[in-house]
Design a protein around this ligand. Structure first.
Ligand SMILES: Cc1cc2nc3c(=O)[nH]c(=O)nc-3n(C[C@H](O)[C@H](O)[C@H](O)COP(=O)(O)OP(=O)(O)OC[C@H]3O[C@@H](n4cnc5c(N)ncnc54)[C@H](O)[C@@H]3O)c2cc1C
Length: 328
C-alpha cells in the first residue's frame, strides 16, 4: 500500500478527505495528516463563510468561471451529502442610491429593487457554520492525525521526507497549507502567492432574528441564527503573517453600516470580539490545485483567497481524480 502525507486541516484538506473517503481511496493509500493549529492557525475557523455567486456569470473571466463552477460543485455536495452546518438563505447585495459606484453596481446586479435610499439585489446563497460543517466532514475519517509543524519537505531515495520534530517517509505528499504555503514551498508559483489578513467583528446577539447575509457596498453583515452570532466585516490587508487587526478600518465599516441603516439590533462597537485570519492570495486571485512543482509525486491545493468554501469542493474533485489515475 502506498503512503501519502497530507499537510493541512482547513477546508481544503477537509473537503479533499471527505471526497477521498467517499471514493474509497482509503483502501488504496495509507494517509497521515499533519496540521499545526498553534503555529499555523487555519483561516477556515476565522471566516465569515458565505457561499454566494454575487452576480458572477459564466464566460466573463477565468476567475469568474472558477467561482461559478465551484458554486455548482458546492451545491451538489450539499444536496448529496446533506451536511450539518449549512443553511440555504437569500443573500442581498445592496448599495446606497447615491453610491459612487451606483452605475457599475446597477449594471452588474440587474433586477435590483429600490427600497428607500437603498438598492437591493437578492440571490440564493449558503450560510456556513464552520465548526459544524467541519465536524460533519470529519465523521468518516479513520486515518492517522499528527499535530506537528512540517518544517521541510525533501525528495530523497524516491520518497518524500516530511520533517517535523522527527522525519517520516512517504510515497506522495499533498500540501493544503493555505497562507502558509509560501513559507513551506519554495517553487516559483507559490513564491508569487501571499498571505492577506482579514478581520471582522462578532457579537453574541439573542434577538430572535432569522439567519441573513448582506453585502452593503464593501461591508458584509451576517447573522447566524443557530449560534446567535452577529458578524460585521471584513477588512483585507496584504501584510505577511500578522494577526494584529485593523481596528480603525473595522470602526469605519461599523459606523458606515450604522449610519445608513440605523439598525436597532446593532450592539456597541466596543462590545465586539475581533476575529482575524490569513487568506491566501494567488496571482490574479486564481485558486490552484494540481501537481506541486517541488518534485515528483507531490500535489498542492491553495490560493483560495475569498472563495475557499466553494473552491475546496472543486479542488477535492480534481485531486481525487488525479489520485485515481495513479498506479498504486
Ligand atoms: C475575514 C475572512 C472572511 C472570509 N469569508 C469568506 C466567505 O464568506 N466565503 C468564502 O468562501 N471564503 C471566505 N474566506 C476565505 C476562506 O475562509 C479561506 O479561503 C479558506 O478557509 C482557506 O482554507 P484552507 O484550507 O486553504 O486554509 P487554512 O484554513 O488556513 O488551512 C491551512 C492548514 O494548513 C496547516 N498548515 C499550514 N502550514 C503547515 C505546516 N508547515 N505544517 C503543518 N500544518 C500546516 C494549518 O495548520 C491549517 O490546518 C474568508 C476569510 C477571511 C479571513
Amino acid at each position: 500500500m502506498k503512503t501519502i502525507a497530507l499537510i493541512g486541516d482547513g477546508i481544503a484538506a477537509q473537503a479533499f478527505l471527505f471526497t477521498y473517503y467517499q471514493e474509497r481511496l482509503h483502501k488504496d493509500f495509507e494517509l497521515t495528516q499533519f496540521y499545526a493549529p498553534d503555529r499555523a492557525p487555519a483561516v477556515t475557523e476565522s471566516s465569515t463563510a458565505i457561499v454566494a455567486l454575487r452576480g458572477v456569470e459564466l464566460g466573463v473571466s477565468e476567475l469568474g468561471d472558477k467561482i461559478f463552477q465551484s458554486y455548482v460543485d458546492f451545491k451538489n455536495f450539499v444536496s448529496h451529502a446533506k451536511p450539518q452546518g449549512v443553511e440555504l438563505i437569500k443573500h442581498s447585495t445592496c448599495w446606497a442610491t447615491d453610491f459612487e459606484n451606483d452605475q457599475k453596481y446597477s449594471k452588474r446586479f440587474p433586477n435590483f429593487e429600490v427600497r428607500g435610499q437603498t438598492k437591493y439585489y437578492e440571490e440564493e446563497a449558503f450560510l456556513i457554520y464552520p465548526t459544524q460543517l467541519s465536524a460533519s466532514l470529519k465523521k468518516p475519517f479513520t486515518h492517522r492525525r499528527q499535530e506537528a509543524l512540517v518544517k521541510n519537505l525533501q525528495w530523497q531515495d524516491n520518497q518524500w521526507q516530511v520533517q517535523t520534530h522527527d522525519i517520516e517517509k512517504f510515497d506522495y505528499v499533498l500540501v493544503c497549507a493555505g497562507a502558509y504555503s509560501p513559507w513551506l514551498l519554495n517553487d516559483e508559483r507559490t513564491q508569487k502567492t501571499k498571505p492577506a489578513q482579514g478581520s471582522f467583528l462578532v457579537w453574541k446577539l439573542d434577538k430572535k432574528l432569522s439567519s441573513f447575509a448582506l453585502s452593503f457596498e464593501e461591508i458584509n453583515v451576517i447573522y447566524r441564527e443557530k449560534t446567535q452570532e452577529l458578524i460585521l466585516g471584513s477588512t483585507t490587508m496584504d501584510n505577511g503573517y500578522s494577526f494584529i487587526p485593523e481596528i480603525n478600518k473595522l470602526q469605519k465599516l461599523y459606523q458606515k453600516y450604522a449610519d445608513h441603516f440605523q439598525p436597532d439590533f446593532l450592539p456597541a462597537f466596543e462590545a465586539a470580539k475581533i476575529i482575524t485570519g490569513l487568506r491566501h492570495k494567488g496571482p490574479k486571485r486564481l485558486p490552484y490545485w494540481g501537481a506541486a512543482p517541488i518534485g515528483p509525486q507531490a500535489y498542492q491545493i491553495d490560493s483560495f483567497y475569498k472563495n475557499g468554501w466553494s473552491f475546496a469542493f472543486s479542488a477535492a474533485l480534481g485531486i481525487v481524480k488525479i489520485l485515481k489515475t495513479l498506479d498504486v
